[in-house]
Design a protein around this ligand. Sequence first.
Ligand SMILES: NC(=O)c1ccc[n+]([C@@H]2O[C@H](COP(=O)([O-])OP(=O)(O)OC[C@H]3O[C@@H](n4cnc5c(N)ncnc54)[C@H](OP(=O)(O)O)[C@@H]3O)[C@@H](O)[C@H]2O)c1
Length: 258
Amino acid sequence: MTKTLLIVGGSSGIGAATLDLALLRGHRVIHASRHPELARVAPGVTSLEWDACGGDFPAQSLPDVLDGLVYCPGGIRLKPFTRLSAAELREDLEVSLIGAVRAVQAALPALKRGQGAGIVLFSTVAVRLGMPFHAAVASAKGAVEGLTRALAAELAPGIRVNAIAPTLTDTPLAARLLSSEERRQAAAERHPLKRIGDPGDVARTVLWLLDEASMVTGHRPGWRLVWGAFGIRGARVWQNAAAGRSHGIGLPACLAGS
Ligand SMILES: NC(=O)c1ccc[n+]([C@@H]2O[C@H](COP(=O)([O-])OP(=O)(O)OC[C@H]3O[C@@H](n4cnc5c(N)ncnc54)[C@H](OP(=O)(O)O)[C@@H]3O)[C@@H](O)[C@H]2O)c1
């Protein structure tokens, strides 16, 4: 069945892979981001400019009926807790949580008219693992997981709501963490499946949730990781990698991803 999907953040990474896969499946896509011109231009795609931190989503730009919403914006801010400012935490909450709330509220009337409509939000494995220097991203994405479960209950039975929690995935967002062959190999080695996440893997999960998983709601499919003892040295290495500084030693074997 051809669907009409709203993808927020389809100009890069996981959102772009999701947009491509949706088109391959014959779906129509309305795409929104700050740089919509960077998204794929193709028949079946309508792009509009919107900053998740800039105010209400332009609901008037949406069609009467939507069958799915995918909200991708988010970040990987890694910082020692003592240096984390309230402004930074607010910014992460704004992008990951408040932006999602704005998009869902705007799309809700159209989603209610959709057939078996679904919403897919994004968390991170860091929420459940508990990782040093992840206070901002884990707080913001933890809130997204709470929102997911609350909306799954509130919007049932008409609309299913799930969140995906990727491991470290090869996108522009993770570029600094994967900036050399050594880092890439170390990241792959840390994962039980011995791979870095691929945006296409995540996109297939998004489309599975929207197209096939008709009995799945309030869930958070994740890329489960091994998380053992993680010393301060390992945490510093991770932080340096995130900041683009060289560190000279590999990331600790127990560290799984963001
Ligand atoms: N990559 C990873 O390793 C990883 C790991 C765990 C969780 N995640 C989560 O997975 C999701 C997708 O990540 P990704 O790696 O695909 O990120 P990405 O490559 O940076 O793509 C993010 C997308 O969101 C859009 N966006 C960002 N800020 C926005 C804003 N303020 N308003 C509107 N659109 C905005 C960007 O488009 P514009 O620049 O055009 O606005 C882009 O299309 C995120 O929520 C991230 O936190 C990723």
